[in-house]
Design a protein around this ligand. Structure first.
Ligand SMILES: Nc1nc2c(ncn2[C@@H]2O[C@H](COP(=O)(O)OP(=O)(O)OP(=O)(O)O)[C@@H](O)[C@H]2O)c(=O)[nH]1
Length: 304
């Protein structure tokens, strides 16, 4: 069972138990309808709707940690599923005329479920706003999970290019400057070699958090490749970008990252470069930034 689903075993069990009880109740009180009398359209419509509600429930449980919002969504979807399920049962089991409880089972859970679902979605909306505020510096008003790497988790080169094109157009429209800063860790390969890939991963995660802490709300941090990060800085001129780049380099130098195995401090440093957008497109600007970074790396090699 997938790990998140494991936390919701009880909820799933309760929904399936309720569905089973309804089935047993119908079987005890009524008679099976022979297949020749089945109304396939109704079975397809009501059964299909019940199955879809169950699939939604599975998706919600699989993607959410336990908590109040999840409970509300589960209860809501559980009621909706139950209502469609009992509606479908009377396509297979004929109940006597004098039986009325089946109408209650069909009709009451649906509005109740929809109310709970609405209340749950309302709280989900607030929860999402809080999460989006935390993710602001990683996504800049656009979410596409496929473009994010799982390690840091930051968006990559494709996402940066797309955002850069949009921001360049915006900066021309508004007559505002826009700059990029590149941050590339020095001798990162040596960390991988000496302490292992897992330690290298931990360094990348720590540096990501550090850079995010040092950014402003409107900035966007992306991981271009390996140990290279690029920051998109809207409303930022050349001097300010250079200053921010220097701050990032200083922050990395002062990061006291300890190895996981021996708790030994790893001395870290990063080469940085900045470029302000001139009258050029995203590719030209990125090329200029890469050239500036290559120059910074060259002077690092010469001074070693
Ligand atoms: N641990 C870890 N390593 C990675 C990841 N992605 C790329 N790398 C490694 O990062 C290293 C980058 O090497 P280089 O580009 O030579 O960078 P460097 O050692 O910092 O060299 P300079 O930039 O010239 O200072 C390579 O060894 C890659 O295998 C990752 O996700 N995790």
């Amino acid at each position: 069972m997938p790990s998140l689903l494991r936390h919701h075993r009880l909820k799933l069990f309760a929904v399936l138990l309720a569905a089973n009880l309804a089935l047993l109740l119908h079987l005890a009180a009524g008679d099976p309808i022979p297949p020749r009398d089945w109304v396939l359209l109704d079975i397809f419509g009501e059964g299909g709707a019940a199955l879809l509600a169950l699939a939604w429930l599975g998706l919600v449980l699989k993607s959410r940690p336990a908590g109040r919002v999840t409970n509300l969504l589960t209860l809501g979807l559980g009621c909706v599923f139950f209502s469609w399920w009992t509606d479908c049962l009377d396509e297979f089991i004929r109940l006597p005329e004098q039986v009325h409880w089946d109408h209650w089972l069909e009709s009451v859970p649906m509005p109740l479920g929809l109310l709970l679902l609405t209340y749950g979605l309302y709280h989900w909306h607030h929860e999402q706003l809080a999460i989006s505020a935390q993710m602001e510096k990683r996504e800049r008003l656009f979410r596409e999970h496929l473009l994010f790497d799982k390690l840091t988790p930051l968006a990559g080169a494709g996402y940066l290019r797309r955002q850069l094109q949009l921001s360049l157009a915006e900066s021309v429209r508004e007559g505002q400057p826009l700059s990029l800063v590149a941050v590339d860790l020095d001798h990162f390969d040596a960390i991988n070699q000496r302490f292992g890939h897992a330690e290298g991963d931990a360094v990348l995660q720590a540096v990501t958090q550090l850079l995010l802490l040092n950014l402003r709300r409107q900035d966007l941090l992306c991981r271009l490749a390996g140990d290279r990060f690029v920051i998109l800085l809207p409303h930022t001129g050349e001097a300010q970008a250079r200053q921010l780049a220097g701050e990032m380099a200083l922050a990395v130098e002062h990061l006291a990252h300890k190895t996981r195995q021996h708790g030994e401090r790893l001395p870290l440093s990063a080469s940085v470069a900045s470029a302000m957008a001139l009258d050029e497109d995203a590719e030209q600007l990125l090329r200029r930034l890469n050239l500036a970074l290559a120059r910074a790396k060259q002077s690092l090699a010469l001074s070693a």
